[in-house]
Design a protein around this ligand. Structure first.
Ligand SMILES: Cc1cc2nc3c(=O)[nH]c(=O)nc-3n(C[C@H](O)[C@H](O)[C@H](O)COP(=O)(O)OP(=O)(O)OC[C@H]3O[C@@H](n4cnc5c(N)ncnc54)[C@H](O)[C@@H]3O)c2cc1C
Length: 369
């Protein structure tokens, strides 16, 4: 059985950030990732929905430098370019189906939402580049963890063998706590209060879906519109300009239809209803999208659990350890939702990972004394 000082479970922003930090500190670290791609909720995609180096953010698209210094630091450290979310022009408001949508001049956006040029995944790739490729195993999902005398035995699904095991001196679980509780079994079991805390922590944005319409030109800008719209009619409730820094034109919206209902309606009917809504809000040109994309995170089992369909919301910062009992010395949690600041956000993923690195390194110092 292969053995590593630290195994990080999950190659989202938190997992890669933690692994990069430990690798830089000379720790033998391996990342296992259940998906066939890195990024987790970060997904920058081309017009067919495949990961792209310059595309549309089907997951997170914004960060707020003043409120979230951790993300601002990441962007500046990696030497990435950023640009402001387009807000130039009028906003459209759709109040009810029997009224024509109204346009109005918005007040300046505060705080300014920023986007990373190339897409949010550019930030992720900058971190991944500092890890040797063999340190990240894709398509390997942890299904069980067992405490052993020397550390933790992790059962993994995927790879050449249907099931395999690796050993770690320490595990950093860099995935939403609710997903961890639902998908990984522990021997000995986690304390019931700890398991409940994980289960009760909502995974930020897991119940949501984003629709994109990709165009030849950002035609709405010529009409003096910013691309921002709010709707009480739906199916989208909030729409924004998603045009890339390189000029690929698009609009995106968050669906206001509940996850269960989306599943019943089906992707094609939802896309058609979203396009019809864009036509109502932005005019006939909106109908002629070159491509459309719908990413339903609630239907993605590597982000959402069944509980996210009914118990959504924002994770809140609470005192108390995320790991208790016999697991305390061998397991840390580092998903964004476990952060003490901005939990659920990109910057939360960075701060949670920083805490996991610091805790592990200080634990090593204590045991070597
Ligand atoms: C639609 C949407 C819009 C968002 N918008 C914003 C935004 O504008 N700004 C912002 O700051 N935040 C936003 N967020 C939140 C942001 O995406 C997250 O805070 C951040 O990406 C979380 O990173 P993470 O590494 O903690 O978790 P994740 O990205 O969820 O990564 C967890 C990783 O673990 C993997 N995994 C899961 N189970 C296993 C297993 N058993 N074994 C191995 N691997 C496993 C997953 O595949 C995944 O890669 C948005 C999220 C969504 C979905």
């Amino acid at each position: 059985m292969k053995s590593h000082e630290v195994v990080v479970v999950g190659a989202g922003l938190a997992g890669l950030y933690a692994a990069r930090g430990l690798h830089a500190a000379g720790i033998d670290v391996l990342v296992i990732e259940a998906r066939e791609r890195i990024g987790g909720r970060i997904l920058t995609a081309d017009g067919s929905g495949l990961p792209s180096e310059d595309g549309f953010d089907l997951g997170p698209s914004w960060y707020w430098p003043q409120m979230q210094p951790a993300m601002a630091e990441l962007v500046s450290e990696a030497g990435l370019a950023a640009f402001a979310q387009n807000s130039e022009g009028d906003v459209v408001f759709e109040r009810m189906s029997r009224e024509r949508p109204q346009r109005y001049r918005p007040t300046a956006q505060e705080p300014q939402s920023m986007r990373i040029s190339g897409g949010t995944a550019a930030g992720l790739r900058a971190i991944a580049r500092e890890l040797p490729p063999e340190r990240v195993l894709l398509g390997r999902g942890a299904t069980a963890m067992e405490l052993t005398e020397r550390g933790v035995r992790i059962t993994i699904r995927g790879g050449e063998a249907a099931q395999q095991a690796i050993e770690a001196g320490h595990v950093i679980a860099a995935l939403p706590p609710r997903l961890l509780e639902a998908s990984v079994s522990f021997t000995p079991a986690q304390d019931s209060a700890t398991a409940k805390r994980w289960r009760d922590t909502p995974t930020w944005m897991a119940p949501h879906a984003k629709f994109f319409a990709i165009y030849d030109q950002p035609f709405w800008r010529r009409a003096g519109l910013s691309g921002t719209a709010q709707s009480m009619v739906g199916p989208m409730v909030e729409i924004h300009d998603a045009t890339t820094a390189s000029g690929k034109a698009a609009l995106f919206g968050f669906l206001g239809v509940a996850a269960q209902q989306r599943a019943e309606i089906g992707e094609e009917a939802l896309k058609a209803a979203c396009l019809a809504q864009l036509e109502r809000l932005f005019g006939a040109a909106a109908r002629h999208a070159r491509a459309t994309l719908l990413k339903d995170w609630a239907a993605d089992p590597l982000t959402a659990t069944r509980q996210d369909l009914v118990a959504a919301g924002h994770p809140v910062v609470r005192d108390g350890a995320w790991v208790t009992g016999p697991w305390r010395q061998r397991l840390s949690l580092a998903g964004s939702e476990t952060s003490d600041s901005e939990p659920g956000y990109l910057s939360g993923a960075v701060t949670a990972a920083r805490r996991a690195i610091a805790d592990y390194l200080s634990q090593q110092v204590r045991t070597s004394e």
